[in-house]
Design a binder for this molecule. Structure first.
Ligand SMILES: Cc1ncc(COP(=O)(O)O)c(C=O)c1O
Length: 361
């Protein structure tokens, strides 16, 4: 079976974990601090706070920024539902905006019409490892005095004009789930250049305990264990190579599939570096995507749809009375998108094999 994703855990990580288990110091120790420093240096940002998941990262940011009932937060209609769920959890309203076909990210030209007196923030999602049009989005955010929390769960290493995504807004959130460039099993990261915000997030991550060891906030336990951090840290040595190899694989797919009339391969932009956390294609309307997924599986290839159109999933459709056609680009990406296997477990011949099956459809 050619799996959609299969993380490579280096031997060094396994050795570190063995040592940690023998030492008995399992939580929030030396490896958490070292991993935070390595991430900070890689992303070129002042503060990094690692947490238990990408969802926890987004939730803590909303809490730390005081987003609450009655507030509105603008997000893309196409993403993993965690982006919207955390807004619901703090009692605010996720306001959906359609995406572009060329990057599967927020269509920035549609943001202004969705801003109201209640709008407090925008959460752009850098989908599938591609950067959103973040500089233009930041211009709008500055003009309307809105906070920007970047959902870079799928975009570790992605760049816009040479600057890493996740470092443009007040905060950037990442995930270390197994399908991501670096994995700790479950895990997440918040980065920021704002010292007060970092202090608050650190306290909220740890039951609301401040640096002075007092309970200054009603916090949560969103800490990462030390053995998870050791696994993440060991992967940092190879991060550039791992990303380059994904980019090479994506280019191979592009070459093999570009002349297939039923497939739209990912667009490229001269000012953006896509790290292809997911290699995502869009199928023509006449193709039955779910039949194709089953056909690929019969041929030993695991694939999946890409992300979700929030207005089409039960909770949001029911609560906000959406129709499927409300956000047509998100709807089509949801219904006709396909994620193909990518990662170190793949050889070039596997990519050729997958492309051959797709061309026969
Ligand atoms: C865009 C996006 N945001 C948030 C998350 C949540 O991350 P986690 O699974 O680490 O909680 C994901 C998960 O894949 C995601 O794709």
């Amino acid at each position: 079976m050619i799996r959609l994703a299969k993380p490579t855990i280096p031997e060094a990580a396994i050795n570190h974990v063995r040592k940690i288990f023998k030492s008995g110091d399992l939580v929030q120790g030396k490896y958490v601090r070292e991993f935070e420093t390595a991430l900070q240096n890689y992303l070129n940002i002042n503060y990094s706070i690692i947490v238990s998941s990408g969802t926890a990262a987004l939730h803590l940011c909303l809490m730390a920024l005081g987003i609450k009932e009655g507030d509105e937060v603008i997000i893309p209609a196409f993403t993993f539902p965690a982006t919207a769920n955390v807004i619901e959890i703090v009692g605010a309203v996720p306001v959906l905006v359609d995406i572009n076909f060329n990057d599967y990210c927020l269509d920035v030209s549609r943001i202004t019409s969705r801003i109201t007196d209640r709008t407090k923030a925008i959460i752009p999602v850098h989908e599938f490892g591609q950067s959103a049009d973040i500089e233009h989005l930041m211009q709008i955010a500055r003009k309307y005095d809105l906070m920007v929390i970047e959902d870079a769960a799928c975009a570790f290493g992605t760049e816009y004009n040479g600057k890493k995504t996740g470092t443009f807004g007040i905060a950037g959130c990442f995930s270390f789930h197994p399908r991501k460039a670096i994995t700790t099993g479950e895990g997440g990261l918040i980065v920021t250049d704002d010292c007060d915000f970092a202090d608050k997030v650190r306290a909220l991550r740890n039951h609301g305990i401040s640096s002075k060891k007092d309970f200054t906030h009603a916090g949560l336990n969103y800490r990462m264990t030390d053995f998870q951090a050791a696994i993440g840290l060991a992967q940092m040595d190879n991060i550039e190579k791992a990303i380059e190899s994904r980019i090479e694989m994506a280019h191979s797919y592009n070459k093999l599939l570009d002349n297939c009339e039923y497939i739209r391969t990912p667009d490229t932009f001269p000012d953006r570096k896509n790290v292809y956390q997911t290699y995502h294609i869009l199928l023509d309307e006449i193709i039955d995507r779910d039949k194709l997924i089953a056909n690929l599986l019969d041929n030993g290839v695991q694939t999946n749809y890409g992300a979700h159109a929030l207005h089409c999933v039960t909770y949001y459709r029911k609560k906000y009375c959406y129709e499927d056609s409300d956000f047509p680009v998100a709807e089509q990406a949801y219904k006709k998108g396909l994620a193909l296997p990518i990662g170190d477990h793949l050889k070039y011949e596997d990519i050729e094999y997958i492309a051959e099956i797709l061309k026969r459809m």
